[in-house]
Design a protein around this ligand. Sequence first.
Ligand code: BGC
Length: 375
Amino acid sequence: MRLDRITTAGLGLLLAVGLTACGSSTKSVDDTSSDGDNAGALVGVTMPTKSSERWIHDGDNVKAGLEKLGYKVDLQYAENDIPTQVNQIENQITKGAKLLVVASIDGTAITTQLQQAADNKIPVIAYDRLIRNSPDVNYYATFDNYKVGVQQATSLLTGLGLQKADGSKGAAKGPFNIELFAGSPDDNNATFFFSGAMDTLKPFISSGQLVVKSGQTDFKTVAILRWDPATAQKRMEDIITKTYAGGTKVQGVLSPYDGLSIGILSALRSSGYGTAGQPYPIVTGQDAELASVKSIISGEQYSTIFKNTRELAEITVTMADTVLKGGTPKVNNIKDYDNGKKVVPSFLLDPVIIDKTNYEKILLDAHYYTKAQLS
Ligand code: BGC
């Protein structure tokens, strides 16, 4: 394990001991850091959309955590509409928020609002997604996004049998036909996921063991604006029609998010996949959303990436509390997240690959779902 990462098991202890201790650490040199007189202050929390389960949990968990510490919380969702999110942030500043937690829709679209926040000495924590092109982002709490992409590609390789779970060579030789999908081009995470995945897949594409039969491999072509499942479904349908008309089959699909995987699987099902003679390809995902975990259990989706959003919320709440009390929060990465204006000090959590072999152990042990929810 790398030292700048922490395991799920170690997180509770670290949060209890390390980060709490940081609350009383030296005053930040950052001039938007608070003077510490913020007991019961208002915190503005903006999330992108309620159309995906994960963001609902994120919002609820951050709100509950902050309220437990005595803060007031204004939690807003913008249904993936950029002007709505811009207004919500402006309103929170007007209402007197003392700190903002922002999971952005378009990471480049809120520079003016953040400038306004900085003018009012309101610190900003970027939540899960990096806010780009702004010097006014104080901290970033997220998962190791490059690693998410590596894990998605790794599970695709494992599912196809080209690699074993321990990283050694698998029994299969290929060639296998695969197709690639990426997330929203305005979400910085999408590029990290895709580059992690492509760095992992490229040697297999170069050796001819993987063939992207549609020929569509560049990020711009495979990206799905706003992570929209219907757009992914349509793109998969088009690829099946144009590329797989002559009886050749797609055997693997790199999908970066469970919502897209559901759309992709639906396109495949309409074209006759998912039967004994024509099994589904290996389809990856991300977020361990309930519908997709159930799809994994029933043998449709192959894998997902579990990111414990409760831990992300805890980290963020501790960061916010520390900043509001005038301290400097603990970070574990000060090099990877350059937003175009500054390298934002970040805390990265570890993602985990989930498939049929380990979903119960990992998700039940983390109390992410109950057994009843999964049956
Ligand atoms: C998040 C993913 C999520 C995606 C779509 C990304 O920014 O990191 O967890 O699947 O957005 O909501």
